[in-house]
Design a protein around this ligand. Structure first.
Ligand code: ATP
Length: 254
């Protein structure tokens, strides 16, 4: 895929909840290999937009195009199988499984085309999957902790685990919903380093994030939402200097 190729195209999406326009006239292009941040104050529509992109919420009008194909109307698992992987704000892990098993489950799902409830019974014979899971755990900095039960991990390590669970699926588009929410500054900086490493590999990412340090450290492009509308879209420098953005969102933080 060429560098200028559009991986994700949100085409004139509208979504209302009752009388509230959560998203209006949303047009967005995410280019291959870039990290695209979506920012905006509480209630701006960021999560709704992400949910529209992964098929959890159907837009009232408009379309989402992934890699040239319309994905609006597809089920979340179908969109996931196309390579759109989302990491949630609250880690969605299997607390009673070991961290190695947590990463093996999505690896099986990716390989077999579906989530299998009996996957765990077949773990012992699946050396390839195990090795791949170990690779990604080491990649996110959890090497050597394979047999720990996921519930026992710190909050920061749970987020790392979820990143490994996403990476093992080889995302063609990685969507990260507040990857540093609730983290200490130390864990936030470690996560920035990890996301920077992923970025250097050329993976296309969309990040929703409140922490401006994270946004300005990682984003190639920033879209700013306020009250369901895009009020700015551009490079970090363009967005930082945009008076509308300063008024609506950044306020005195920069
Ligand atoms: N299922 C729903 N039913 C009714 N209203 C909803 C629903 N989901 C979101 N909304 C409303 O839509 C608007 C946008 O919400 P959304 O969660 O997308 O914003 P956000 O930018 O992600 O906010 P935050 O940063 O607080 O997570 C808000 O006013 C919210 O109350």
């Amino acid at each position: 895929m060429s560098k200028d190729a559009t991986v994700l195209h949100v085409d004139d999406v509208h979504k209302s909840f009752g009388g509230l326009a959560a998203l209006s006239e949303i047009n967005l292009e995410v280019k291959a290999g870039t990290t695209h941040a979506i920012i905006g104050p509480n209630g701006a529509g960021k999560s709704t937009l992400l949910n529209v992109c992964i098929g959890r919420i159907a837009p009232d009008t408009g379309a989402v195009v992934f890699d040239g194909s319309v994905i609006t109307g597809k089920q979340p698992y179908e969109i996931n199988q196309l390579g759109v992987v989302r990491v949630f704000q609250t880690p969605e892990i299997f607390p009673d499984l070991t961290i190695l098993q947590n990463v093996m489950v999505p690896a099986f799902a990716k390989r077999d085309g579906a989530f299998r409830l009996n996957a765990m019974q077949r773990l012992s014979g699946q050396r390839e999957i195990r090795e791949e899971a170990e690779h990604w755990l080491a990649d996110v900095g959890l090497g050597g902790k394979n047999d720990l039960v996921a519930a026992s991990l710190s909050r920061g390590d749970k987020r790392r685990l979820e990143l490994a669970m996403g990476l093992v699926q080889h995302p063609r588009l990685f969507l990260l919903d507040e990857p540093t929410a609730g983290m200490s500054r130390h864990d936030t900086n470690a996560t920035i380093d990890l996301l920077m490493k992923i970025k250097e590999r050329g993976m296309t990412k969309v990040i929703i994030e409140h922490d401006m340090h994270v946004v300005f450290s990682l984003a190639d492009r920033i879209t700013v939402l306020a009250q369901g509308q895009i009020i700015a879209d551009g490079t970090p420098e363009e967005v930082r200097g945009n008076p509308k953005v300063q008024e609506a969102y950044l306020g005195g933080t920069h």
